[in-house]
Design a protein around this ligand. Structure first.
Ligand code: F3S
Length: 376
């Protein structure tokens, strides 16, 4: 890989963190055949829940000594940093989780604690990024037309410190070409369609025809599920996403019918907000609660701290009906979900990961179905 004199100097830096970050990027570049590094606009660092990284990860983060040089975001943590005890999180976990957050903050990473950083500060078409959260990666590539590979928490942090990423994969236009055309039944739920498609196509990039108009929130749910069950870093949607016309339509075709994945477990928790909810989605939940009334089950709603701070009335409206609105975390990365037997979600990603990571059963439904179930 060709390095500029400045990049060569960073490889020899007296600062061990900077040197190690540079070594990580060079090693990645060599593995993936990148010719050079390119500048990034922002970084997003995942894997920050104490539940996931434990004491070893915490101590490693605390040993780092550098500052990020681009805007850098934190993915959700293992708890709401203000209402952690209401979630059933114990003090030891709280203290360890806060040490992780403080260690990253000391490096200059914003305490955003969300998987939807594009609601905080949207990248622009063509921006190069180093984002790690798979649902955010898919959204940035597909819906916005920015360019990022699916980074790991460590490579995203290395990129945040250096301000660059190796130029390979989805940073290169020709690698963004779709390999399969997918016709989706117009009645299919986009989250479930993404979940089923990912199981068939794995990491291949699809071009999708939804057969109807879809909202950005539906694209968010579709992409998150596709990335979780398969591993694709992006998709195109005919007539909708910004690069769909830029490539030839592939010959291979798949049809996804509307499916019924509702298992028969009876939810003792209804959890909505994977990925974190937009203000529009919160308003929809508020509207549905006004229509259907008070919830009779535990209902947890997840969004970003920023949306809650800027719209304090929305959480009040929702909580009047007995649901709880949490920020900074989610049902998948928080251990709080583990004490439930069956969790109802509107997310294909949570549907994929909750049984594997939190050991709970899951049942799927749209936001409307979730709220209707909550009031039964
Ligand atoms: Fe976000 Fe948690 Fe889902 S980090 S995408 S809400 S698993």
């Amino acid at each position: 890989m060709e390095l500029s004199p400045e990049e060569e100097r960073l490889l020899e830096s007296d600062n061990e963190t900077v040197r190690k970050c540079m070594e990580i990027l060079v090693a990645l570049g060599k593995i993936y055949g990148a010719e050079r590094l390119i500048k990034i606009k922002s970084a997003q660092i995942s894997g920050i829940s104490y539940k996931n990284i434990g004491d070893a990860g915490l101590e490693w983060l605390e040993s780092l000594d550098a500052r990020v040089v681009v805007r850098s975001f934190m993915n959700p943590a293992g708890m709401d940093v203000e209402r952690w005890s209401e979630m059933g999180i114990d003090r030891d976990f709280y203290e360890k989780q806060m040490r992780i957050i403080r260690a990253l903050e000391r490096l200059g990473v914003e305490v955003s604690l969300t998987c939807t950083p594009y609601y905080l500060d949207s990248p622009s078409f063509g921006d190069h990024l180093a984002w790690a959260e798979s649902s955010a990666v898919v959204y940035a590539n597909s819906v916005i037309g920015a360019r990022t590979n699916r980074e790991s928490g460590i490579s995203a942090l290395a990129s945040a410190v250096i301000g660059k990423t190796p130029f390979y994969g989805l940073h290169i236009k020709e690698n963004r070409a779709p390999k399969v055309l997918v016709l989706i039944d117009r009645d299919a739920d986009p989250a479930m369609a993404g979940y089923e498609l990912g199981k068939i196509t794995g990491s291949e990039i699809p071009i999708v025809d939804f057969g109807r108009g879809v909202s950005k929130e539906e694209l968010k749910l579709f992409g998150a599920a596709l990335a979780a069950s398969g591993g694709a870093g992006m998709f195109h949607a005919s007539g909708i996403t910004p690069e769909w016309r830029d490539f030839e339509i592939p010959d291979e075709r798949i049809r996804i019918e509307s499916s019924d994945l509702k298992s028969d477990c009876h939810p003792d928790l209804i959890a909505i907000g994977c990925p974190h909810l937009s203000l529009n989605e919160l308003r929809e939940i508020s509207r549905l609660l006004k229509k259907y009334g008070k919830v009779k089950k535990e209902v947890w709603i997840f969004t970003s701290r920023k949306i809650l701070k800027e719209n304090p009335e929305i959480a009040e409206e929702i909580e009047k009906f007995g649901a709880k609105v949490f920020a900074d975390t989610c049902m998948v990365v928080s251990p709080a979900t583990e004490r439930f037997e069956c969790v109802m979600v509107n997310s294909g990603k949570a549907f994929e990961y909750l049984p594997k990571l939190r050991g709970v059963n899951v049942v799927f439904g749209s936001i409307r179905e979730c709220i209707r179930r909550a009031v039964e």
